[in-house]
Design a protein around this ligand. Structure first.
Ligand code: GAR
Length: 194
C-alpha cells in the first residue's frame, strides 16, 4: 500500500470583528487540495461577531478577546499564537488597532485586506469617499501590516470600475466579491516565502 506524503500546511490565525465573509472564504479555500495553509485559530474582539458561526461550523478554535486593556488582550493573543504555532495572521475586517509592540513582534507575519486601492482611502468609509469624490475606479488591497494605518507593503491589488449610478453599497458588494478572490491568492503568494 502506498503511503500518502502529507504536505505540512502552515497554521494561520484570522482576526475578525464582524460578518466574517472573508474568514469563511479563507476557510473554504484552505480546504482545497493544493492549499498551503490551515486556519487553526480565529480571534474576535466582539463576542457577537457574526463570523464566529464559521468557527463552530468548521471546528476552528475561537477566542473572544476583551479589548478594554490592550496590553492584557495582546498578551493573551500572543500566548495563543505560540500555543497554536501560528505562522501568519490575517486581519479580515478586524476593527482594532494592533500595538506597535505587537506589530514589531510579528513583523512580516501580519497581513490585512482593505477595501480600497491603497494608498488611496486609508481608514474607514472607503466606498462613501470613492463615490463622493467621483472616482473612476476603486478596488481592494492585501498588504503587510506595519505601524502606520493601512500603509504596509502591498502584496496584491484588484481594481474595479465605478459604473454610472453606482452607490457606496453597490461598490461595497462588488469590491467584497473581489476581496474573496484576492485574499486567498495573496496568502498563498506570501506563504511560499515564509
Ligand atoms: C471587508 O470589506 C474588509 O476589506 C474591511 O471590512 C470588511 C469585512 O468584511 N476591512 C476594513 O475596512 C479594514 N480597514 P467581512 O467581515 O465580511 O470579511
Amino acid at each position: 500500500m502506498q503511503k500518502s506524503i502529507g504536505i505540512k500546511k502552515a497554521n494561520v490565525a484570522v482576526f475578525i470583528s464582524g460578518t466574517g465573509s472573508n474568514f469563511k472564504n479563507l476557510i473554504q479555500h484552505s480546504l482545497k487540495k493544493n492549499s498551503k495553509y490551515k486556519i487553526s485559530l480565529v480571534i474576535s474582539n466582539k463576542s457577537k461577531a457574526k463570523g464566529l458561526i464559521y468557527a463552530k461550523k468548521y471546528k476552528i478554535h475561537k477566542k473572544v478577546i476583551n479589548y478594554k486593556n490592550i496590553r492584557n488582550a495582546e498578551k493573551i493573543i500572543i500566548d495563543l499564537l505560540k500555543r497554536k504555532k501560528i505562522k501568519l495572521i490575517c486581519l479580515a475586517g478586524f476593527m482594532k488597532i494592533l500595538s506597535a509592540n505587537f506589530i514589531k513582534k510579528f513583523k512580516g507575519k501580519i497581513i490585512n485586506i482593505h477595501p480600497s486601492l491603497l494608498p488611496k482611502y486609508k481608514g474607514l468609509n472607503t466606498h462613501q469617499k470613492v463615490i463622493k469624490n467621483r472616482e473612476k475606479f476603486s478596488g481592494c488591497t492585501v498588504h503587510f501590516v506595519n505601524s502606520k494605518l493601512d500603509s504596509g507593503k502591498i502584496i496584491l491589488q484588484k481594481k474595479i470600475k465605478i459604473l454610472k449610478g453606482d452607490t457606496s453599497e453597490k461598490v461595497a458588494k462588488r469590491v467584497l466579491k473581489e476581496e474573496h478572490l484576492l485574499y486567498p491568492k495573496a496568502l498563498e503568494k506570501i506563504l511560499i516565502n515564509l
